[in-house]
Structure formats: structure tokens, C-alpha cells
Design a protein around this ligand. Structure first.
Ligand SMILES: Nc1nc2c(ncn2[C@@H]2O[C@H](COP(=O)(O)OP(=O)(O)OP(=O)(O)O)[C@@H](O)[C@H]2O)c(=O)[nH]1
Ligand SMILES: [Mg+2]
Length: 323
């Protein structure tokens, strides 16, 4: 483990990859690893990109990567989205485009799937972002499809949130209803080549002016054509403005709430995994699951699992005292 930590400090790409896998697979040692490395996080720009499916988030991120790479900045991308090009679910064109970045030493792309692990994606995402920060990439970008509360929660992990909307369909309005308005630091109306984009930008402006203003930051509304990169330079400038705005802020009560949120999320992930691991290996539970489901009571089964977990813990505690 010490060896791995040392290699990450020396910016060994393969060590980083191994550590990221350990974190994602919730290796038993990963929590200790994260704890020992946490203080070594370097300051980096962290950007969240969310919005409806197909809005052009990945295309826009591709352009952001290009821009930052031109300035010699290193970039990490974490995609929390099973259909994202980063996880290989996209059309060929996207894959070919991303392939170029995979070959670039200054770019890391990683996707987070729930993959049956308990504790939600929040924990894995947080841990991956922290590892990237320890490694020290200049920019960290998080992509999520804005489909609900869990995506909104994940956006708390980054400093600057871009909400990407398009003039197409009613998805964008739905997204605003689903809480995207509250989390946006910058609005991006993408696909400006499509009819209705000006109107969309105008509507969003109106919504912003009507929404109760909680901070002194007023989210700008930008228009982009992600396929060609049009509007991306202005976007990068606004991201920088937001980063500077945050640097001037000091909100201890928000920091405190974030810390509490982080602790409870880490505990939840660990506890739910421990309980699930125990219960799924429990012979009593397996036997019940093999019986006629109609005769079974799920609450009762859960209670019995908890009882056996308590007993196992007690036995472990006694054994360690006896040593
Ligand atoms: N016309 C037009 N098409 C675009 C633009 N930006 C992206 N697209 C296309 O829109 C489609 C979806 O783009 P993606 O970047 O995969 O969108 P996404 O938001 O990442 O999609 P998911 O990850 O599946 O939610 C692709 O076919 C892109 O080529 C744009 O500015 N104009
Ligand atoms: Mg995508």
C-alpha cells in the first residue's frame, strides 16, 4: 500500500489507474488509502456538466478538454452515466473522437457505474474526484445526465456546475423543473444551430431573473455549438470568473454542512456494503430466497439478517477481547 501511495505521488499513471479501480471496486483497503492521501489534494478547477440525455454534454467536454490541453493543462473526466461515450456506450463517431484523448498522457477519462455496488454512486464519484485531485490534474470534469435527485447531489462535489440545455423537445424545461435551475452556476444553451435556441436562452434568462437570488453570483447564459467548438472560449472565461468568485467567498456554515454530508455518505457506503455483504453470504437468507416467494415476508427476512449480523459482531468483539 505504501508503495502505491508513493507511486501516485510520483505521478505514475498506472498506479493512479490501480488506485481508481480499488476505489471503484470498494476494495477493503481503499478507505484507509483515501484517508492517508486526502490531505495531499492539490487545488484544481472542478467542473460539473449536467443536463438532459443527448444535450451534447460529452461533445462539449471534448471541446473543453481541447481548450485546456492547448494551454498545457491536464484534465481528468469522471462520467457518471452508463450511456456516455466515456463508458463506451456511444456511437462510433464519439468513440473515435474520445480515442484521441485516451492516447493523450495529460488526459484521464474514467466512468462510474453503479455496478451493483451498494451505497449509491455518490461515494464512488467523490472518492474518484479526490484521487484525481491528489494526483494533481489541473482540471477535473464530472459528467452526469440530469435525471434526478442523485445527479443533483453529485453536483455538490464540484465547484462550478454547467447546466447544458438545448432547444430540442421539452427535455430542457423538464430538467429545469427537476432542480437544475437551483444548481446551475452557468447555463449553456447548446446546439445553437438548431431553431429556437435564441428563444430558449431568453426563457432561461427570464427564469433566472424570477428565481429567488440566494447568492451574489448571477448565472450567465451562453450559447454554444459543441460540434465545432463555437462559444467554448467564452465558456472557459466564464468558468474562470466563477472560480475567482468562489475564491473570494467564505461561508463556514456551508463548509460545515458539506463536511457532515461527506462523513455521512462515506459511513453509509461502508455500512450498507458491510450489511449487504454479510446478508448475501448468509445461509439463512439464501434458504429463504429459495422458498416460494409468496409465503415470504421481506421485512421479517431483513430483521433476521440484522439479528444475525449483531450476533456475528458480538462474537467478533468477544473473540478480540479474549486475545
Ligand atoms: N446540431 C448539433 N448537434 C450537436 C451539438 N452538440 C452535440 N451534438 C450532437 O448531439 C448528439 C448527442 O451529443 P452527446 O455529446 O453525446 O450528448 P450527451 O449530452 O453527452 O448525451 P448523453 O451522455 O447520452 O446524455 C451527438 O450526435 C452530437 O454530435 C451541436 O451544437 N449542434
Ligand atoms: Mg455523454
Amino acid at each position: 500500500m505504501k508503495d502505491l501511495i508513493e507511486k501516485i505521488r510520483q505521478k505514475d499513471r498506472r498506479a493512479l489507474s490501480r488506485m481508481l479501480s480499488m476505489v471503484e471496486e470498494r476494495d477493503a483497503k481503499s478507505l484507509e488509502l483515501l484517508a492517508s492521501l486526502f490531505a495531499e489534494r492539490k487545488s484544481s478547477i472542478s467542473i460539473g456538466v449536467t443536463g438532459p440525455a443527448g444535450a451534447g454534454k460529452s461533445t462539449l467536454i471534448d471541446q473543453l478538454i481541447r481548450t485546456y490541453r492547448k494551454n498545457n493543462q491536464t484534465v481528468a473526466v469522471v462520467a457518471v452515466d452508463p450511456s456516455s461515450p466515456f463508458s463506451g456506450g456511444a456511437v462510433l463517431g464519439d468513440r473515435v473522437r474520445m480515442q484521441k484523448h485516451y492516447e493523450d498522457e495529460g488526459v484521464f477519462i474514467r466512468s462510474v457505474g453503479s455496478r451493483g455496488k451498494t451505497g449509491g454512486v455518490s461515494f464512488s464519484t467523490r472518492a474518484l474526484l479526490d484521487v484525481m485531485n491528489v494526483y494533481g490534474t489541473d482540471v477535473v470534469i464530472l459528467e452526469t445526465v440530469g435525471a434526478g435527485q442523485s445527479e443533483v447531489d453529485v453536483m455538490n462535489l464540484v465547484d462550478t456546475t454547467l447546466v447544458v440545455l438545448t432547444p430540442e423537445g421539452g427535455d430542457s424545461i423538464q430538467a429545469l423543473k427537476a432542480g437544475m435551475l437551483e444548481i446551475a452556476d452557468i447555463f449553456v444553451i447548446n446546439k445553437k444551430d438548431r431553431a429556437g435556441s435564441e428563444l430558449m436562452a431568453h426563457e432561461v434568462q427570464t427564469m433566472i431573473s424570477l428565481a429567488p437570488q440566494e447568492t451574489s453570483w448571477k448565472p450567465p447564459v451562453l450559447m454554444t455549438l459543441a460540434q465545432t467548438g463555437e462559444g467554448v472560449d467564452a465558456l472557459v472565461q466564464d468558468i474562470q470568473k466563477h472560480v475567482s468568485y468562489l475564491e473570494d467567498q467564505d461561508h463556514p456554515e456551508i463548509e460545515q454542512r458539506k463536511l457532515l454530508g461527506a462523513v455521512s455518505e462515506i459511513i453509509k457506503a461502508r455500512v450498507s456494503q458491510e450489511v449487504m455483504d454479510f446478508c448475501s453470504s448468509d445461509a439463512g437468507l439464501r434458504e429463504k430466497l429459495q422458498q416460494d416467494p409468496k409465503t415470504q415476508n421481506p421485512y421479517q427476512i431483513a430483521i433476521e439478517c440484522f439479528d444475525r449480523l449483531d450476533q456475528a459482531r458480538l462474537a467478533r468483539a468477544k473473540a478480540s477481547k479474549g486475545k
